[in-house]
Ligand binder design. Structure first.
Ligand code: XMP
Length: 530
């Protein structure tokens, strides 16, 4: 598959976040954007020259798991601090800055992990003005800075580290030992904004509105008079990507929605009606329920199910695509572009924004064929999920689509433990709809990350309902809280909400006589049951 870099749009003031490992850099980049300044992540292995060639408005050095004393630990060349670009070092980045500029970093056992009280000794400093003298900060370090480099003013300390923050206003270099990007640092966002606005002199002007304008222009230029297709999955990313491309090229785009019969209640209708009404997109719906159910007959193994669903999806999509290409070809308009809802975290995790598309099969509807001769249009590849939702909102997409919680490509097929049948799917759809309805009514949608509802089709238990004994199936509720789905905790939902869901499901859903709650974090359990 070939890729195309979208036509260059005027670059906004960009803050580069240098990634020293762990997951801090993505969070920092998100926080910078929350401050309405555009940010991009670059790996710490990138030579300083290359970073400076990007003409950054400022640079942030992230934290990381290494010790500056470790053999082979990532470093940064001193020239980065001498280029006149404002720099903010956080945690490991702070220690690197201290060390590179002649300060002292000791490996003396002055460790701090977790919530710590930091005392600000210079309340009028650039970073701390207007913040309390004592503030809660999140620490995670084994080494500590005991002397700031020459020319720097120490602005904060803790009981354990004498130099918890420093700054050199003249050179526009700043550093803090803590992690301002995490929510446990109570004034972290303010400190970050002080760096951006006061230290680096940036203005809060970046918005997702700018992204729409930029992308529309870039897509028009890229596509010209040719045609594009897009597979809609019912999820947020493909919906927003399609809406954006539709805004740019209108009827030159055709969307394909493969209805595999594994969607939740009402979701197919939302795509067919509400999404089309909101965008005016040309949509081809392929009703492939029978085909998927036939292929899944007699299969209980989760991996086998995933493979079958992925394979069938590709076949159905390819067939629809061939038809669209044939029709377009007859009118002399070649279909040369494929729209994908790739997001920034996928780009960063697959090697970092260099223009190569790396499609993670796990996060796509079954994965797309390798040999497609398409150029990719990926209008969301610089955005985080919450920004994608904002773009969707601005494009006027229905709330139910924009705020949709993550839902796996293989759909309810991997939420039935046991063989997938139409009857079981209908039953699970009812139970899932009740759980969703009650969570929404209780105002809990934004608090939980997602709540898979699982049917244990291979398990039966005895119950008593109405006048008699029943021998039905359990439904599992799996509400989780998470920031990125890599780790998760089970959500502590109010008992009355759980009780209402349980009562309604056992009363209203045939063959279900028990509702159980999954109280396992991830790890060790995954979010989905299969
Ligand atoms: P797990 O179960 O691995 O899920 O903890 C992590 C996140 O990924 C979603 N998920 C999938 N998404 N195709 C997808 O598009 C899949 O095959 C798939 N499996 C899991 C899951 O819902 C959760 O958000």
């Amino acid at each position: 598959m070939s890729t195309a870099t979208p036509a260059a749009a005027a670059a906004p003031d960009t803050v580069l976040v240098v990634d020293f490992g762990a997951q801090y850099a993505q969070l920092i980049a998100r926080r910078v954007r929350e401050a309405r300044v555009y940010s991009e992540i670059v790996p710490s292995s990138m030579p300083v020259q290359e970073m400076l060639a990007k003409n950054p408005a400022a640079i942030i050095l992230s934290g990381g798991p290494s010790s500056v004393y470790e053999e082979g630990a990532p470093t940064v060349d001193r020239s980065l601090f001498e280029a006149g670009v404002p720099v903010f070092g956080m945690c490991y980045g702070f220690q690197l800055m201290a060390q590179a500029l002649g300060g002292t970093v000791d490996n003396s056992g002055a460790r701090e992990y977790g919530r710590t009280t930091m005392t600000v000794s210079r309340p009028s400093s650039t970073l701390f003005e207007g913040t309390p003298d004592e503030q809660a900060v999140w620490m995670s370090h084994g080494d500590a800075c005991s002397a700031a480099p020459e020319g720097f003013t120490v602005t904060a300390s803790t009981d354990v580290v004498p130099v918890a923050a420093f700054e050199n206003d003249e050179k526009r270099l700043y550093g803090v030992q803590h992690h301002p990007e995490v929510m446990h640092s109570t004034h972290g966002q303010q400190v970050l904004e002080h760096f951006l606005y006061r230290g680096a002199g940036l203005s809060p002007t970046w918005t997702t509105g700018n992204v729409i304008e930029e992308q529309v222009e870039a897509i028009r230029e890229q596509v010209g008079t040719k045609r594009a297709i897009c597979a809609l999955s019912g999820g947020v990313d493909s919906a927003v990507a399609a809406a954006l491309v539709q805004k740019a090229i209108g009827s030159q785009l055709t969307c394909v929605y493969v209805d595999h019969g594994l969607m939740r209640k009402g979701e197919t209708a939302q795509v067919e009606k509400d999404f089309v009404a909101a965008t005016g997109v040309q949509l081809r719906v392929v009703d492939a329920e029978k085909r998927f159910l036939t292929a899944l007959e007699g299969v209980s193994d989760p991996e086998e199910k995933r493979k079958i669903i992925g394979r069938e999806f590709i076949r159905v999509f390819e067939q629809a695509q061939a038809e669209i290409i044939a029709e377009a070809g007859a009118s002399g308009e070649p279909v040369e572009f494929l729209v994908q809802g790739t997001l920034y975290p996928d780009v960063v995790e697959s090697g970092g924004g260099t223009g190569t598309a790396n499609i993670k099969s796990h996060h796509n509807v079954g994965g797309l064929p390798e040999d497609l001769e398409f150029q990719l249009i990926e209008p969301l590849r610089k955005l985080f999920k919450d920004e994608v939702r904002m773009v969707g909102q601005e494009l006027g997409l229905p709330e139910e689509i924009v705020q949709r919680q993550p839902f796996p490509g293989p759909g309810l097929g991997i939420r039935i433990v046991g063989e997938v049948t139409k009857e079981r799917l209908d039953l699970l759809r009812e139970a899932d709809a009740i759980a969703r309805e009650e969570l929404t009514a209780a105002g809990l949608d934004r608090e939980i990350w997602q709540c898979p509802v699982v049917l244990l089709a291979d398990v039966r238990s005895v119950g008593v309902q109405g006048d008699g004994r029943t021998y039905g199936h359990p439904i599992v509720l799996r509400p989780v809280s998470s920031e990125d789905a890599m780790t998760a905790d089970w959500s502590r939902l109010p008992y009355d909400v759980l009780s209402k869901i349980s009562t309604r499901i056992t009363n209203e859903v045939r063959d279900v006589n028990r509702v159980v709650l999954d109280v396992t974090s991830k790890p060790p359990g995954t979010i989905e049951w299969e």
